[in-house]
Design a protein around this ligand. Sequence first.
Ligand SMILES: [Zn+2]
Length: 306
Amino acid sequence: MRGGDFLEGSGHVKFLKSFILSICIVLLTACNVTPPQDAPTPTSSTTVISSAVPMLTVQFIDVGQGDSILITLPNQQHMLVDAGDLGSEHILVPFIEKQGVKKIDYVIATHPHADHIGGMEQIIKHFEIGKVYMPKATATSKTYEAVLQAIKAKGLTIAQAKAGVSVIDEQALQATFLAPIGAQYEGLNDYSAVLKLRYQDNDILLMGDAEKTSEQQILASGAYVHADLIKIGHHGSHSSSSPAFMKAVDPKYAVISSGKSNRYGHPHKPTLDLLTKSGIAIFRSDVDGTITATCDGKNIVVRGEK
Ligand SMILES: [Zn+2]
């Protein structure tokens, strides 16, 4: 295991047991019934409560050179940020179905490059979809047109992803866009919807392919950028992850999604050097496969499948 410090292997089983146990205790207390002799006795109520906390799970799915992040919220709703490259639907649809997901409550396309929206047409067609968020960026590719058509055909509308827009705003859980801030950029990457997830004390920052221009604007906006885990911008390219931005984020973990031997040479050495020098634990999809971060609101455990 790399980087983890709580929640060993059987977390789900433990959680289920504790949850059932807490229900039993509540029911027995409410009915004033003495538990039967063979009923398990909790060591302390604190233990039962702390292990029964709902989890936020973020899975960085190995789609090769591209991004796709499946998030299971503490209330068991689901969010998908990006859908890999063309053909990624053959990985994504079975992966998501295998987890028993029928509805994706929130779909976010960070920006209209094919390595982020390639599998999205089929995702939209295949699953029940709640809300769809995209930045206001124009693209003329057939891939993008197909996604727009699939959205329209389902009677869905697109909400604009931009700085300040709140996707979820609950007491314990917030999902807010920190970017894009500007209306016009030179390249599509800087239009990326940058999402900040906050679950109690846990912060996760998903950068899409945002580059240094967007990073500077985010810093200048005064947004709270610190995160325990960051999905590094633009597959670890030197176009992103400026030292000033990374210093402000000050993460413990960095996730890089990049394909094995990709033609761009991602992740680039300066990015890896900066992360290593800063003592940040690096997880890479080309090395670690699908990467899973599990958060209980206080601690985060990150694991690669390989
Ligand atoms: Zn990309």
